[in-house]
Design a protein. Structure first.
Length: 195
């Protein structure tokens, strides 16, 4: 029961930090979402920073599992990278409302000059390292880190604009443009329709 309550606190805090931001979310907000008294709440976490550390840890674990799933579920490096790109479409409703969960957290903690910023930045680094490995698999060893960062930056920019504009068509156009860019970088020849 204790571990279950702790996990529920972290899950609710994770959602609230994403929807409202870390700074704007209070202990009372989290306790109300979990439906426990503040006294019981303090049994599990003494500070909001402790909760933030737990949220970052769980987001990093989820990110690792997602990346492992993409790596195992796709047969080619291109298909693996496309899974990353299409994450924008898969999560478009939340992105349009709240932005990218990793990007918004990194940005907020940076503005606050918060000690947990390094932990949040590690999640962004997970994506960069994973993409770098995929570009290396695709035979682009020398350019792999630059290609990975370019694609990550482009995806973050698309997320930020989608959040600002609330425009699903924009997300779909950006995803298509990123896939076209990827094919150019990987020298993928598209078959022309015969007609």
């Amino acid at each position: 029961m204790i571990l279950q309550t702790r996990a529920e606190i972290v899950a609710r805090a994770d959602d609230l930090f994403y929807r409202q931001g870390y700074e704007r979310t209070s202990f009372a907000d989290i306790a109300a979402a979990v439906k426990i008294s503040r006294g019981n709440f303090y049994y599990h976490f003494k500070t909001k920073d402790e909760i933030l550390d737990a949220v970052i840890e769980i987001r990093a674990a989820r990110t690792a599992a997602m990346l492992d799933g993409w790596a195992a579920g796709a047969k080619t490096p291109r298909a693996r990278i496309v899974a990353f790109i299409r994450m924008l479409i898969d999560n478009r409703a939340k992105i349009m409302l709240f932005g990218c969960p990793v990007g918004t957290l990194c940005g907020e903690l940076s503005k606050l000059d918060h000690a947990a910023q390094k932990g949040a930045n590690k999640i962004m680094a997970q994506f960069a390292e994973w993409l770098t490995a995929r570009f290396i698999e695709a035979g682009k060893r020398k350019k792999a880190p630059d290609l990975a960062r370019h694609l990550l930056a482009r995806a973050q920019g698309a997320s930020a604009l989608a959040n600002a504009l609330h425009d699903e068509k924009f997300i779909r156009r950006e995803v298509a443009a990123m896939e076209k860019w990827l094919d150019g970088e990987l020298d993928v020849k598209r078959k022309k329709a015969r007609g």
